[in-house]
Write a protein that binds this ligand. Structure first.
Ligand code: ZN
Length: 263
């Protein structure tokens, strides 16, 4: 495999994107709406509009009001991947209870020319990260021999805990020989409670038709793009739902259970 640093031709990059005032770009900021602990606690009420979220970045992930599917943000477009396995375009006035985005600019890329499973890719990226104490946005474009994703259905109030939704209602899809993009983050251990430490990825196919939260995959070939991010902005909801919730409950291993594969 080939490791490239610095400016890379054809790498995903914001400055090529029209309609963005580049003088206002805050490229190296990971922007986040609400916290993962609030989501674990069942706070699924949308707080920020998709229009507002799109002003904060062109790549990222999250979910939607009432936990209605998995969100992926790629090339400035937001898609809602529902439990029928399909990706839907989203209105700017739709809302999200939890999402994280950044303006993606490639700092480093790795060309993959051999088949690797998800843990091998994880190790490879881990070796590439200059420090385990910074934040990284990651995009992997490639051909996947296998892609295992999931989504979750919209919930009704009173909202159940996320761990119960995952246990009872998540829908898993297995895609074979699919071209597409993985989008997400590697975050340091100290974000625990706020976001997901380690890897968190969502996937959408090249036709922008199918995808979900990534559980497992095998990539045949592709390119990994890494964007090192030193800034972090957290936007907390000021809703009654958020302000009155007791977020101090010990959640044990719940985060790992809801984010990772069941194997
Ligand atoms: Zn996810």
């Amino acid at each position: 495999m080939l490791v490239l640093s610095g400016c890379v031709d054809d790498a995903p990059n914001t400055p090529d994107t029209p309609n963005i005032d580049q003088s206002n770009l805050q490229d190296d900021v990971l922007f986040q709406a609400s916290t993962i602990d609030a989501l674990l606690e069942g706070l699924y009420e949308g707080q920020m509009t998709i229009g507002e979220l799109k002003e904060q970045g062109d790549l990222g992930l999250g979910t939607f009001d009432a936990l209605d599917g998995e969100m992926i943000v790629i090339d400035g477009e937001v898609y809602q991947m529902k439990t029928d396995g399909y990706a839907y375009s989203v209105n700017d006035f739709d809302t999200t209870p939890f999402a994280a985005v950044t303006y993606f600019e490639t700092d480093e890329s790795i060309i993959l020319d051999e088949s690797l499973n998800s843990s091998e890719v994880g190790s490879l990226i881990g070796e590439m990260l200059p420090s385990k104490n910074l934040m990284y946005a990651i995009r992997i474009d490639g051909t996947f021999e296998h892609m295992k994703v999931r989504s979750v259905p919209a919930q009704e109030e009173p909202y159940p805990l996320l761990i119960d939704v995952i246990a009872d209602e998540q829908v898993v899809f297995e895609l074979e020989d699919v071209e597409g993009s993985i989008v997400g983050f590697w975050l340091p251990y100290y974000v625990e409670g706020i976001n997901v430490p380690g890897y968190h990825f969502h996937f959408i196919d090249a036709g922008r038709e199918k995808g979900g939260h990534v559980l497992d995959y095998v990539i045949l070939n592709g390119t990994i793009y890494i964007d090192q991010t030193a800034g972090f902005e957290l936007s907390l909801p000021e809703s009654a739902e958020f302000m009155n919730e007791d977020l101090s409950r010990d959640k044990g291993d719940e985060l790992h259970t809801v984010e990772k594969d069941e194997k």
